[in-house]
Every structure is written in C-alpha cells, then in structure tokens.
Design a protein around this ligand. Structure first.
Ligand code: PGA
Length: 267
C-alpha cells in the first residue's frame, strides 16, 4: 500500500506563505516518489495553488478540508465539490473540529462521503475518541467499547453506510484521537497501532477481504520526532498532520522518515 502523508493546513497561512509552502511540498513529492502527499489547503487557495504548480509530480495531490453534501444551491458560504473538482483529488470528511464546532453528525458525514465518492474523489474519513482508551490493561473490553454508540467503530460504520465494496478503493480512514489533536500529546506508537488494527479488523468484518485494502492513517500531534514510531507500525499506513504540516522543515523530515521506514530500509 502506498504510504499517504496528508498536510491539513486548516485555516492557516497567508496567500504568499501558502504558495511558498506548496512549492516545498512539490519538491518533496519529487524527491519521495513512493509516497503520496496531499495538501489540504484552505478552499480559497486551492485553485491558485493548482495553477501555480503547473508541473506537479504525480504523487502530489490537493484536497478540500470541508464541503457541502449537495453540489449546488442556496448554501451561503459552503464549498461545492464540483467547483473544486478540476484541482482536487481528495476530500476530507468528519474531522472532529467539524463535528464539534460545526455540528456535523454521523449522518451528514455519511452524506458527504457518498457524494464525494460519486463525484470521483478519494475520501479521507476521520474518526476518533474523546477520551483515551486503556488498551494496555483492558484490551478486549476497551475494543468492545469502541462499538458503542458514538465510539470509533460506530462512527466508522455510520460513515460508511451505503458505501459499497468497490467504493472502498477510494476510502482512507484517518484515526485521530481527539485528546491528541493540537495538544503536543500524541498517542504512543503501540496505542495508535492497536486502534488502527482494531479499525482494520472491523473493516474486514464489514467488507470481508475488501476491507484489507483500506489504508488507516494516524493523526494527532504528529511531528518529526514521533513519526517513526507511528509509521513503523504495520497497521498505520500514513499520517494526517496538522500543525507540523505548516512548517516546511518539519514536514520535510516527516516525509523523509516515511520514505525510509515504509521502503523497509530502516525500521
Ligand atoms: P495536529 O492536528 O497534528 O495539529 O494535532 C491534526 C489534525 O487535526 O488533523
């Protein structure tokens, strides 16, 4: 599975900064050809970045952070997928900041995912828990808890309602513990590996063998220091990077480590 490193810029960067950083990402993609790199830029920058990076390496993609579950209509201030289709290959759905601050529900996330698949996007679906699990001591019972209403496996099931086996090729799950996002308090490698593994098993339960084809990313306070710990876990196929994606040096080290670890040169 090709590793995927996604930079979630959120609502940051001036126009000039974004253009410069996009150039840096482009050079990184050129250098690390065996890694797919995605820029989740603010919506207003997507077209300018695309036009600026005319000659783009084919492993560099743009993605939209949020979009409406309709393609057009009276939705003041919303982003339409068809309006960014020319420049974006990826779409993010269900980020915890959207769920918490903008009232997105499992149902609205599911609607968005189905539309994005219909429109031909690669979809990154975010799931995550509010409070840390105690997997070290109570693995089985905690794994069972993940099926409860609102917990991560339930979020996964509801997000994928109506998503067929053949659509799975275009689905990526981003496991992002809410307690780790923006806190400098990332999960440990083994913790992330355990949850990603449980998610993968669950996908197999839902979709049989086809579930194995879905990549599961980890996100939440990733940086160049902890990247290796996550990427050396076989159940973690990439990272969704927030604040470290805004720093060219940090992001570059993350991509370098990804290339090393996932090529099997250093584990
Ligand atoms: P963070 O954000 O890396 O700053 O914790 C991750 C995310 O919210 O996607």
């Amino acid at each position: 599975m090709t590793p995927l490193i996604v930079g979630n810029w959120k609502m940051n960067l001036s126009f000039g900064e974004a253009m410069l950083l996009a150039q840096r990402y482009s050079s990184l993609a050129q250098k690390y050809k065996a890694t797919n790199i995605v820029i989740l830029a603010p919506a207003a920058y997507l077209h300018p970045i695309f036009d600026e990076l005319r000659v783009r390496p084919n492993n560099l993609f743009l993605g939209i952070q949020n979009f409406m579950s309709e393609i057009e209509g009276p939705y003041t201030g919303e982003n339409s997928l068809t309006q960014v289709k020319r420049v974006c290959r990826f779409a993010l759905a269900g980020h915890s900041e959207r769920r918490e601050k903008f009232g997105e529900t499992d149902e609205s996330v599911n609607d968005k995912i189905k539309l994005a698949l219909k429109e031909g996007f690669e979809v990154i679906v975010c799931v995550g828990e509010k409070n840390r699990y105690h997997l070290e001591d109570y693995y089985q019972s905690e794994a069972k808890k993940m099926r409860e209403n609102g917990a991560i496996l339930d979020q996964t099931k509801k997000a994928l309602q109506g998503v067929s086996k053949s659509d799975l090729d275009h689905i990526h799950i981003a496991y992002e513990p809410i307690w780790a996002i923006g806190t400098e308090n990332a999960a440990s490698g083994p913790y992330a590996a355990a949850v990603c593994y449980i998610i993968k098993q669950y996908l197999v339960e839902l979709y049989q063998d086809a579930g194995n084809t879905v990549g599961v990313l980890y996100g939440g306070s990733t940086d160049s220091k902890n990247t290796r710990e996550f990427l050396m876990q076989p159940s973690v196929s990439g990272l969704l990077v927030g604040s470290s994606s805004l720093k060219a040096g940090e992001f570059s080290k993350i991509c370098e480590i990804c290339a090393e670890v996932k090529s099997g040169r250093i584990v």
